[in-house]
Design a protein around this ligand. Structure first.
Ligand SMILES: [Zn+2]
Length: 416
């Protein structure tokens, strides 16, 4: 079935792209810059040999469509943009594997697959320039907050609408891209893991369960400033003591949640001098879980622990939400197909959630059955020029992802 799939060609094309758009510091394909436009032109040339229809939608997402017997579409997605000084695989591996799969499907079905196959290169997944990740996919899913995005500026003061105008995109119309999802029956995305889980398990590939939900809060303990010499220990209202107890508590909360993570990322004290008991201590708490109920439990446990520590220390505590996003679980049937594809390719699979958000989270939020396939990252690191994956693993991931595409085509045909 895969007689024309050539995963080695994908690796060669990734190297070609690296030479074209990288320098000694890494990849430089920042969205809406000249090098990004050059990347798109290069991608178009790669696709030119196929009977695909190519166009850019109102949000700047690039689509290559291989029309099939049915309008029902299988979407394969990724992003050609990178962070400044980025790695050579993040995002473009997904797209180039998709190109190879389009070639295989085109050849296997003589240019007319049973359903329509569409490759999408999402615009500005990274948000490196304007600080807004998943721009193109969130415009397409309808989740993009236009009022918030309209005011975004890059370091040199150029607004997002102005930068979009440069590449021919009208900011006020970006949500019109939503019509692209009209016939979408499933969405597949391959990605490097960008973390150490598969590396530690010594497994090349994993099936992704979904992207984590996030609860992000600031917690402030209010005590009383007092002289560090004259105030006996039992008379203190020490805001820092209560906050410090949270530090060990979040490890217990994360452990009880099974597979959740909690981080206290910052801590500031007032008056913040060496001779005073802390009057006010503000910490930030970031909690993530794939299961919404468990995420809610983690949050509730952190709240009640903070109140207990406040009571014990005779101080007050207040909470303020900074940001929140719901978990985006992927489609359970597609997860099984993904796992089967991995097992057929390399014997063993592993199910894991994704800590980072991906365009797939936006597509899933739009109600399209979605799954992702992860390939191991060496050093467990990304957004860095040292980002890397063994070539043999890159070839395996293209093979497994292709099997998944074929299974998804069959799966879509069995659905109403
Ligand atoms: Zn990425």
């Amino acid at each position: 079935m895969n007689s024309t799939l050539n995963p080695k060609r994908t690796v060669a094309e990734l190297k070609e792209l690296r030479a074209l758009t990288g320098d000694e510091n890494g990849s430089q394909r920042v969205a809406f810059t000249p090098l990004w436009t050059k990347t798109r032109t290069w991608l178009t040339e790669k696709l030119a040999a196929l009977p695909v229809k190519m166009h850019t939608d109102p949000a700047g997402n690039f689509w290559a469509t291989l029309p099939g017997e049915s309008e029902k579409s299988l979407l394969i997605g990724g992003h050609m943009d990178s962070v400044p000084n980025g790695g050579w695989l993040d995002g473009c591996l997904n797209v180039l594997a998709g190109v190879e799969i389009l070639r295989r499907i085109n050849s296997q079905y003589d240019g007319k697959p049973p359903i329509t196959i569409r490759l999408v290169d999402w615009a500005d997944e990274e948000g490196a320039r304007f600080g807004k990740s998943l721009f193109g996919s969130s415009a397409c899913s309808g989740n993009l907050n236009l009022d918030e995005a309209r005011g975004l500026k890059d370091k040199s003061g150029i607004s997002l609408p102005a930068a979009l105008k440069e590449v021919g995109v009208d900011f006020e119309r970006v949500k019109d891209s939503g019509s692209e999802l009209k016939h979408a029956a499933a969405y597949l995305e391959l990605h490097i893991e960008q973390g150490p889980v598969l590396l530690d398990l010594d497994l090349p590939l994993g099936a992704v369960l979904g992207t984590f939900g996030v609860e992000r809060h600031s917690i402030t303990f209010h005590g009383q400033a007092a002289h560090s010499g004259s105030t006996p220990m039992n008379r203190r209202k020490d805001a820092f003591l209560a906050a410090a107890k949270m530090s060990s508590e979040i490890y217990k909360i994360a452990e009880r949640s099974s597979n959740g993570v909690c981080t206290i990322g910052s801590c500031t004290t007032k008056p913040g001098i060496v001779t005073s008991v802390v009057e006010e201590c503000r910490i930030t708490l970031d909690q993530r879980h794939l299961d919404p109920t468990k995420l809610a439990t983690m949050l509730a446990e952190a709240k009640s622990a903070s109140e207990q520590f406040a009571r014990e220390g005779n101080v007050q505590v207040t909470w303020e939400r900074i940001w929140q996003i719901a978990p985006r679980p992927f489609n359970s049937e597609l997860i099984t197909l993904c796992e089967n594809s991995i097992r057929e390719t390399c014997g063993k699979s592993h199910r894991l959630p994704s800590g980072p958000l991906h365009d797939a989270a936006e597509v899933a939020a739009a109600g399209i059955p979605t799954v992702m396939l992860f390939v191991q990252s060496l050093h467990g690191i990304s957004h860095n020029k040292i980002e890397d994956t063994k070539e043999e693993h890159l070839e395996l991931c293209v093979t497994a992802f292709d099997k998944l595409a074929e299974k998804a085509i069959a799966w879509i045909q069995t659905r109403k």
